[in-house]
Design a protein around this ligand. Sequence first.
Ligand SMILES: Nc1ncnc2c1ncn2[C@@H]1O[C@H](COP(=O)(O)OP(=O)(O)OP(=O)(O)O)[C@@H](O)[C@H]1O
Ligand SMILES: [Mg+2]
Length: 420
Amino acid sequence: MGSEMRIPHTRRDFGELLRIHRIRRAATQHQLAGLSTVSVRAIRDLELGKAHRPRRDTVRLLADGLGLTGRERVEFETASAAPGWATPAHDLTAAPPPAPLDAIVGRDAEVAVLTELARSGSQRLVTVVGLPGVGKSRAVLEVAGALGDLPVLWSDAAAEPAPDTLAALVRAALGSPGSARGADMAAAHLAELVGAAAAVLVLDGYDRDDVDRAALPVLLQRCPGLRIVLTTRVPWGLAGERVFPLGPLAVPAPDADPESVPSVRLLRSHLSRLQPGFTHTATGVGALCRALDGIPSALEAAASALTVYPLAELVEELADDPFDIAGEHLDTHLRRAVATLDAPVAALLSRLVGLRGGWSMTDAVRASGLRAGVCAPLVRALLVRGLVRCADDTDRTRFTVLGLVTALYRARRLTAKEAM
Ligand SMILES: Nc1ncnc2c1ncn2[C@@H]1O[C@H](COP(=O)(O)OP(=O)(O)OP(=O)(O)O)[C@@H](O)[C@H]1O
Ligand SMILES: [Mg+2]
């Protein structure tokens, strides 16, 4: 559509909306003046974008004259009140990423791949998906730091942006499922600001139901140099979306030296802060990391539990119920993830849960009785949902079902439907 390429200005946007409503009602400017008691000149100036922000009572009279009610009226009033989002004070560095609080552990390969994708712009919409607390935001924060001069606009779904800031503009541009018109204008503003510049927009922690999903393709179309990196728990399912599953940190094999393995290093770094000068045995720490699948948020919780629990006792406790430490939210999330799998994926998972240690695609084919071409996308679906992970960092062709997922099955904590 030709009009999509044009970037309307806020004030003209209200004018356009006014004109659209007037024409839809087959009224001339004179007739609308009669109906609304607003002068013909005022209506003409507004439609031409010559008049600056209309007064509120003028907008009310116009809305009455046009007979606008409900959502149409709200949109009309919102359009007239469009705040000065993109004031000249805004530049693309006005919504920077937060400063990392401590050093990242591991993730070299993931950060390198994501940085290259964002820098080259070869993939303009990259969605980093993974379980809650797996480290999506932390990994992308590292990417932002590695991008050097490339401007990064960071929008955190959990933070309420201050009014009239670039962050507020980004938020408004994402819209919400029911506010297409306001979002359109904010997106136009943002597009005006970004122009053709190379920039990375990080949307951190947005769920696909939080926003008007269609806003993303529109932004990408209007800003040819823009790349979007999204962190979220479930892919959005947009055309051209490159899904990047982020698994937990590697955990040590029972017989391997655990010390250089990322999950152990992260747990040790928490412990050294909480219990300076105190050392836990390598076997115990390794066992703890395995029991928690190397999920960073769970490791953080384990470290604080260790300030009051002896390690051996904690490991024993976790064998009974790992969610005691991993957290109820992971329990809920994993159950929902299992419950919402498509039937063939769920059926495959129930076979894979029984396989011990790392398995290859050949093993999965054998265990499921499926053809390789059918089995591979199903395993991929399990990786994307975070229920299956790579068995270790160096060999990306061996996989394993998360220990936490196995625990759900073993303890029959899944309902019949969930465990089908
Ligand atoms: N590789 C890492 N090194 C050090 N700390 C990490 C690492 N990954 C995650 N963390 C820390 O673990 C915690 C959880 O990570 P993060 O917030 O990035 O998870 P998330 O996947 O974005 O979760 P959510 O889905 O809830 O947004 C944070 O405190 C984060 O700083
Ligand atoms: Mg996050």
